[in-house]
Design a protein around this ligand. Structure first.
Ligand SMILES: [Fe+2]
Length: 446
């Protein structure tokens, strides 16, 4: 059987395949002009619109540019005003040398995608540095004719449990637990819930973009393979009528997050009127069940960098990353004369970790509602010592080292390892244990 996740919610969309490739897709055949990017008269009366994710002069393998051919330009909208008269949010400011653990936090039963809670942040979107970590716990679809986008950065969406149906300007993605999704800065999208409530995490990357880690001596394949990343196909909310593309227009509300604050603008046409697109700046998703782990074959516990799915280099100096996203999957352990737990350590990087529920059955106790289970998250700040609990150390140091398949019970743990200290929001500081003296299962394995 192929190493893919046996999802409880089955796929309903088709995708293009390949990370970092130049992709193109047409909802109406011929809607993408042949050769010309910006012809005098685009096909079917469409408008040409470009969305850039990098400087025009970026090296070719860093250039993120996409051409869209749409019924109406997104230029046509009313003025942006503060969403629901929200004030300017307070920048996260709580920090200490202690580890933090969030066993649970209150959730809003009526929440939708716009109800994300800011947990931690470093850097600043105003200077395009660092990341923000948001949590979502949603029970309601976004209101009709409403779309969202982050102007602060690319977002990595990590469902812990549940399924998100994400309609983007460039097409639709079904993102289920044990899948991740990245939506570039500025791309508008809408989230609905095809299978009940969903909860999870968002890593908003203010600086640069996610890339696949280099493979070095691993060679040409392994870890997250290029062909397993899935990219949406163009979807037009409309049709071709007498040679002209027309959209199902209505009044739409565009809600954008800038410097952590929400703004709203109305427009008299749909967001989802892109009949074709081509380029390198697009959303994508990935099934973590397809991850190909590498490991030690004889001795020593190696670094969790072996489980890196995506990375965002800072380019400030070699070997410094804005953030690494890693998932520790089920795997075989075979090391001789080796403690099968991480050594005690202090790390210059800051380690935020949280569970992803791997059991898919919707009625399993870890699934099915908005409560974060088995726990919300943990954080080991820079140079904060962490490692195995004494009980786990004793068990493992006296245990067998015959080959065994190691996997946590019902969930896996992901790690966001970021170079700069993470400051907590007041809300996050209020919800946590201080210090983290009661570690849940899995927490010791980071
Ligand atoms: Fe660690």
């Amino acid at each position: 059987m192929a190493p893919v996740t046996d999802f409880a919610v089955k796929e309903i969309y088709e995708y293009l395949e390949g990370f970092g490739s130049y992709h193109q897709s047409e909802a109406i055949p011929g809607a993408s002009p042949l050769v010309n990017n910006s012809p005098q008269k685009p096909p079917f009366g469409l408008r040409t619109e470009r969305i850039s994710g990098s400087s025009f002069t970026a090296p070719r393998d860093h250039s993120l540019q996409t051409w869209m051919y749409r019924v109406s330009s997104s230029l046509r909208h009313e003025e942006f005003v503060p969403y629901q008269n929200e004030g300017v949010p307070k920048k996260p400011s709580v920090i200490s040398p202690n580890s933090y653990l969030w066993p649970k936090f209150p959730v809003d039963a009526e929440a939708d995608w716009l109800s994300q809670k800011l947990l931690a942040q470093n850097g600043d979107p105003a200077t395009k540095t660092g990341v923000a970590i948001w949590v979502f716990s949603v029970a309601q679809p976004m209101k009709p004719n409403t779309a969202f986008s982050s102007l602060d950065g690319d977002v990595l969406i990590i469902p812990q449990s549940g399924t998100l149906d994400i309609q983007t300007e460039l097409g639709k993605l079904l993102v289920r637990q044990n899948e991740i999704c990245v939506i570039p800065r500025g791309i508008r999208y809408r989230v609905t819930l095809p299978a009940g409530p969903a909860r999870g995490y968002i890593c908003e990357l203010f600086q640069g973009h996610f890339r696949l880690p280099e493979l070095g001596p691993i060679g040409s394949t392994g870890l997250a393979n290029i062909r397993d990343f899935q990219v949406p196909k163009a979807f037009l909310d409309g049709k071709l009528e007498k040679g002209t593309a027309v959209a199902n227009d209505a009044t739409w509300s565009i809600i954008s997050r800038q410097a952590g604050r929400l703004w709203e603008a109305k427009q008299d046409h749909t967001v989802f009127d892109v009949a074709a697109w081509h380029g390198t700046n697009y959303p994508y998703k990935y099934d973590l069940g397809r991850y190909c782990p590498m490991g030690n074959l004889l001795f020593d516990e190696h670094d969790p960098s072996l489980f890196t799915v995506l990375t965002a280099p800072s380019y400030r100096e070699p070997g410094v990353n804005v953030v690494d996203f890693a998932v520790i999957p089920p795997r075989w352990m075979v090391g001789e004369d080796t403690l099968w737990l991480p050594y005690f350590h202090r790390n210059t990087m800051n380690e935020f970790y949280a569970p992803i529920v791997s059991v898919q059955h919707p009625k399993h106790p870890l699934n099915g509602d908005q409560q974060f289970k088995p726990f919300v998250a943990g954080l080991h700040g820079s140079m904060t010592t962490h490692g195995a609990a004494e009980e786990d150390f004793q068990k493992t140091t006296n245990g067998p080292t015959t080959p065994q398949k190691v996997q946590t019970d019902g969930f896996s743990v992901f790690l966001l390892e970021t170079e700069m200290p993470l400051f907590l929001s007041d809300w996050a500081a209020k919800a946590c244990f201080k210090p983290a003296d009661a570690k849940p299962r899995g927490a010791a394995k980071i």
